[in-house]
Design a protein. Structure first.
Lengths: 539, 323
């Protein structure tokens, strides 16, 4: 019978890889149509016949690159240093107010960038490099705290205890045992934060002025103000190359580090000894993060005539002298609707991608590596480029897609999907492969294995990813500002418009809208925290 | 109702983990795959389960090639070394898992779960969290879980290795009884020959990806196929035929286990004690005999001390004829 076997066998051996590749079609199609096509179209349009060389040959292009990467590196470092104590507090400590901290660090992450830029300019009226770095780090402490904290909660305490018993000081045990085991999460967080900082738009525009420009703001200026499409396209290419380089380096660092961990949550303890210092540091970080937030809340209530709810009351209307096409409340409702759609799309694409990547790990291939990296690319592409790309390509799709209300959710989903992948993937990868194999030998089909094993074990992180995605979509500004129809703006778009128009009521209303956005975010985060089964009792 | 493995090879890149293996398991038979760690025995078991892509060769059940049958349709139960219980389900939920996958009605399911928990000695553990169980209890649940859907073949991958010794020996006896009572057809992977001989009707010794010997336990124990197998099965000393004839009276190449030479006042072999170690139920000695070092055992009461001269006799249970 050996001679009839080979054909069948090779197909069976090929089968799993092929199935996973087919499942990868959904994320690939999504990325292809709503990301690669518009971006490539705008680049092709811009490059025209001249090509990118003239721009690349200029010295100031490389100054731009240097400043972009330099400020991003500084902000990433700052976010890491300040995020680690918070991660420790969230993962390891049983202290009052941990839930508040968890919610509080999330708020900056979802604030509209324009608003944060304004808040920092209130402190540094002339702008400059320092406020840019501070503002970029301010946004991203949450990414570090949550990504690292998620892994930290699962790292076995006994390794640390063993190091201590062998004579290591607390600090030494941390640097030699805990830090290496956190490396995958730190690497993952660092690469995401770096991408966010390198492509940050709103804050650099507000705080940098004409002196400090990054690739992202330069692309915007050339496109919108100088109509220099070919220059903008060349810069887009440079940005793209830099982003891919960062992703590849991050991918190499991450590779093989995400290993199976017990899905046990270490019960948090009361901090002791030097740990109290870390907790104090974490609280200081949280206080620092809340300062601009509180400042905004105060501004939303303070008018020239004393305290007032005028800004909030005005949200029911369309602003001073009809600045807006719709009322603030309509914009808020539209925001929620759009963010919900975006979250659903991003979950579908992101979770499929994560499942495919986990499935493909056994057949480790260039395909899996490429998909992993490709999924991160949208984080690194200028929202401006993307927005313009949509405008010139989407009318080729059936049903007058360019004016479709789906356009904004799709663009937001593109921003949110990489985050969802990064949250869900480490948890799925940490599920012991043999657990799935045990289920399979008991008669569970691959789909059933996912439903019975992966899904329940990852349910909490799926929930967290959904919540995270929702609030990010809610605060998304770059692409939304380009694509939202005038009669259906989101809250951040409304805020930016109100800020750019004169009238005290307008700015009052803008601050009130910011407060509203922060409240929605905080509530969403608190709900996610509440839905979690108390730690320790879960598994 | 039988498993056949013909000319099976499994490769990881350039490494051949399993090389041209032939093995059969008859209905109701328990076969142990015995070998040192890294010899490919777990890979072979996983290939049978359908978890490892087969390089060449055939795994068949009742003459039907299983190449096109995915893991979940093979109906083979699998028990891992460390249980791999579903952490989000309680004991009953774990045991019932396979029954649910096979769409067994709720009532029949609960009856079967109770029956199996009774069988593995965990009646009353239904609602317990699996994370609260001891290692031994977890393995019992894992076994009950694998047995619940009445698998055609039970695959056990080092089922007792993660347990401490007392528990391991107890559970080995329980497991042997269980396999007999349920009439299970089973393939057990282990590196522990005690375990293999306790559990199995036949033992297949594996080394460097190949099966080097298959036989009933006593045969494998008494007549290892080659020197390396003899050493793996505890023969610390290998004697050529000429020496064996003089010392133990066997005209063949033999392997001596530590129990082959016993301190015996009526013995005929004289030796000098070099070292002494106390074990649970005997004393182990290192002795010099004709200028060569040998292992020997002495009773716990009044053991000889290093430097003493003793007389030894041969215990033929400790002598294995090689080849």
């Amino acid at each position: 019978m050996a001679h009839v076997g080979p054909g069948l066998r090779s197909r069976a051996a090929l089968g799993p890889g092929l199935t996973w590749s087919l499942a990868a079609l959904l994320p690939l199609a999504f990325l292809g149509v709503f990301f690669a096509w518009p971006v490539l179209a705008i680049v092709a349009l811009g490059l025209g016949e001249d090509g990118a060389l003239p721009v690349l040959a200029r010295a100031d292009t490389w100054d731009l690159v240097g400043f972009t990467l330099g400020q991003a590196a500084a902000a990433t470092l700052l976010a890491l240093v300040t995020g680690m104590p918070v991660a420790f507090l969230l993962a390891r400590c049983r202290v009052r107010g941990a839930g508040v901290v968890r919610a509080a660090v999330m708020v900056p992450f979802v604030l509209p960038t324009v608003v944060v830029g304004l808040a920092f300019r209130a402190l540094w009226p002339d702008g400059g490099v320092l406020p840019i770095v501070l503002a970029n780090a301010f946004f991203n402490v949450a990414v570090v705290a949550r990504t690292v904290g998620g892994l930290w909660a699962r790292v076995d305490r006994r390794a640390e205890d063993a190091a201590r018993a062998l004579g290591a000081s607390r600090v030494r045990a941390f640097t030699s045992v805990v830090l290496p085991s956190l490396a995958p999460a730190i690497g993952s967080a660092a690469s995401v934060v770096f991408l966010f900082c390198a492509t940050s738009f709103g804050v650099v525009l507000v705080l940098g002025g004409a002196r400090h420009r990054t690739l992202e703001t330069e692309i915007y200026l050339r496109t919108v103000q100088l109509f220099d499409l070919s220059g903008a396209a060349a810069l887009s290419l440079v940005q793209f190359a830099a982003v891919i380089a960062v992703l590849v380096i991050g991918g190499l660092a991450r590779r093989k580090r995400e290993k199976a961990l017990p899905l046990r949550i270490e019960p948090p303890r009361r901090p002791a000894g030097g740990e109290r210092g870390v907790v104090v540091a974490a609280w200081l970080v949280v206080s620092a993060l809340l300062t601009p937030v509180v400042g905004l809340l105060v501004r939303s209530l303070a008018t020239e005539d004393g305290w007032s709810f005028a800004g909030y009351a005005a949200l029911a209307g369309t602003g001073e002298r009809g600045t807006l096409a719709v009322s603030g409340l309509d914009a808020a409702l539209n925001s929620v609707r759009t963010a919900t759609d975006a979250t659903v799309v991003a979950l579908l694409v992101g979770v499929t991608s994560a499942v495919v990547l986990v499935g493909l790990r056994r057949h480790r291939s260039w395909f899996a590596e490429t998909l992993d990296t490709a999924l991160m690319l949208p984080l690194g592409v200028s929202a401006v480029t993307l927005g313009f790309g949509y405008l010139i390509t989407m009318d080729a799709l059936p049903g007058d897609f360019r004016t479709s209300p789906l356009l904004v959710p799709l663009a937001q989903a593109l921003v949110v999907t990489p985050l969802i992948v990064r949250i869900v993937l480490p948890v799925l990868r940490a599920v012991d492969e043999r657990l799935r194999q045990a289920a399979a030998t008991l008669g569970a089909s691959p789909w059933r294995v996912w439903r019975e094993v992966d899904f329940p074990l990852a349910s909490r992180s799926l929930l967290a990813a959904a919540g995270f995605g929702f609030v990010v979509a809610l605060g998304e500004f770059g692409a939304t500002s380009f694509l939202a129809r005038p009669d259906a703006p989101t809250l951040p778009v409304v805020i930016a418009r109100l800020m750019s128009r004169p009238g005290e009521l307008n700015s009052q209303m803008a601050y009130a809208a910011c407060a509203l956005l922060m409240v929605v975010t905080t509530v969403a985060v608190l709900v996610i925290e509440r839905l979690r089964v108390p730690s320790g009792g879960e598994f | 109702m039988s498993l056949r493995v013909n000319g099976l090879s499994v490769r990881y890149g350039d490494v051949t983990a399993v090389s041209d293996v032939d093995l059969g398991i008859a209905d109701g038979e328990v076969v142990a795959l015995l070998g040192p760690s890294g010899c490919g025995k777990s890979t072979l078991l996983r290939a049978v389960a359908g978890l490892e892509p087969v390089g060449s060769g055939v795994v068949s059940w009742d003459g039907v090639d299983l190449a096109g049958t995915p893991v979940h349709r093979r109906g083979f139960g699998l028990v891992f070394q460390d249980g791999q219980l579903f952490p989000h389900r309680d004991v009953a939920g774990n045991v019932a898992f396979g029954l649910r996958m096979h769409r067994v009605e709720r009532e029949a399911r609960e009856k079967r779960v109770a029956e199996l928990l009774e069988l593995v000695g965990l009646a009353g553990y239904r609602k317990r969290r699996v994370t609260e169980l001891s290692g031994g209890e977890q393995q019992r649940v894992a076994l009950a879980r694998a047995l619940a859907p009445r698998p055609k073949l039970l695959l056990l991958d080092e089922p007792l290795s993660a347990l401490d010794r007392a528990l391991r020996e107890q559970l080995a006896v329980d497991l042997a009884r269980l396999l007999r009572e349920t009439g299970a057809t089973a393939l057990v992977v282990t590196h522990d020959h005690d375990e293999a001989f306790t559990l199995a009707d036949r033992v297949a010794v594996m080394r460097a990806g190949r099966i080097v010997q298959v036989g009933v336990p006593t045969e494998v124990w008494q007549r290892p196929a080659d020197v390396e197998t003899a050493r793996f099965l505890g023969c610390g000393k290998v004697l050529p035929a000429s020496v064996a004839r003089a010392l133990v009276g066997v005209d063949a190449r033999v392997g001596l286990r530590s129990t082959a030479l016993r301190v015996d006042p009526d013995g005929t072999i004289e030796a000098e004690v070099l070292e002494r170690v106390h074990r649970r139920d005997h004393v182990r000695l290192l002795v010099r005999l004709d200028g060569e070092e040998f292992e020997a055992v002495a009773p716990v009461a009044e053991p000889p001390s290093p430097g003493d001269r003793v007389t030894l006799s041969v215990d033929h249970d400790g002598v294995a004829v090689i080849g």
